[in-house]
Design a protein around this ligand. Structure first.
Ligand code: SAM
Length: 297
């Protein structure tokens, strides 16, 4: 199976309020969420879905109401304008990589298989994991391990990589893992997960594109339009939570003339929604999911 969609009913229940409306699915993947959205739309409704991965295109849906755009969602606003769309009723994003991307060993996302250091969701882009590991300055590597992998020993890891690559370039996921064979067995899985997450976020500029997408979603949503985001790690969730609360990512939120914080969205529920035990049992990827829904004010 290409991908088992997470929080499928809950997310689409939150998203679709107007069956005749125009909706955007930023992360088409296997098309699970897109199919569910189409189920809820009338003949007049429309759905535009984005995915930057060529592999996702084979899952396209043959439906006159549906358009699949092979683009990074950071270009959502302009891409929609090309179809004459400037306002929409709802935007959904189910972030991160699909199970298919993890399962295709040669793409280098999985910590379990040996593969070339790649990790690009869009295979047309030039930055890949090999470049990050072999060409980044030591300080930049340390920063990304610290900020994106939340690895406390970031400086040491970066030093070890830079020392090793002076004699031999680091070509594969196994080459990289071998450098850290001293990590105790009970810590190694978590360590590799954090290390790979950091590299993946950098290769795909995941936090930057998320910020761009959130701002564009706000711009194109009609008043009362819904933004639904499912995220899989705290770095993403923090950005989503902050943006839905204050319409910004850092600094002091703006106040209106009465001194109240300006609001971009009303939160549909005050707490993030997480999958129930049954869903987590059936789909381990659901384990770390958090969903937040904002209604544009
Ligand atoms: C978690 S999967 C989505 C699964 C989908 N909801 C489903 O039901 O099958 C994420 C998908 O979004 C794509 N993706 C991630 N970031 C993207 C971006 N910045 N622009 C476009 N597509 C992106 C990935 O290539 C992947 O196919």
């Amino acid at each position: 199976m290409y991908h088992n969609p997470v929080l499928l009913k809950q997310s689409v229940d939150d998203l679709v309020t107007n069956p005749d409306g125009i909706y955007v699915d930023c992360t088409f993947g296997g098309g699970g969420h897109s199919r569910e959205i189409l189920e809820r739309l009338s003949d007049k409704g429309k759905l535009f879905s984005f995915d930057q991965d060529l592999d996702a295109l084979k899952n396209t849906i043959d439906d006159p109401r549906f358009t699949l755009v092979n683009q990074n969602f950071r270009f959502m606003e302009n891409s929609l304008l090309m179809y004459g769309i400037s306002q929409v009723d709802g935007v959904l994003a189910d972030l991160g990589v699909s199970s298919h991307q993890f399962d295709e060993a040669e793409r280098g996302f999985s910590t379990r298989s040996n593969a070339p250091l790649d990790m690009r969701m869009n295979v047309m882009q030039s930055l890949d994991a090999k470049k990050v590991i072999n060409e980044y300055e030591e300080e930049d590597l340390a920063d990304l391990f610290y900020h994106y992998g939340e690895l406390r020993e970031a400086r040491k890891l970066a030093r070890e990589i830079v020392h090793h690559r002076k004699t031999k370039s680091i070509e594969t996921t196994e080459d990289l893992k071998k450098l850290f064979s001293y990590i105790p067995p009970h810590k190694v899985n978590k360590f590799y997960a954090q290390l790979f997450q950091a590299i993946r976020i950098e290769v795909n500029q995941e936090l930057e594109v998320l910020k761009e997408m959130l701002v564009q979603a706000y711009n194109i949503l009609k008043p009362e339009g819904r933004l639904v985001v499912i995220s899989y790690h705290s770095l993403e969730d923090r950005l989503v939570k902050r943006f839905l609360k204050n319409g910004m990512f850092e600094g002091e939120p703006e106040r209106d003339i009465y001194g109240n914080y300006k609001k971009a969205f009303e939160l549909l529920k005050s707490k993030a929604i997480i999958p129930d035990d049954k869903e987590i049992e059936e789909n381990s990827r659901a384990r770390s999911a958090k969903m937040r829904t904002g209604i544009k004010v």
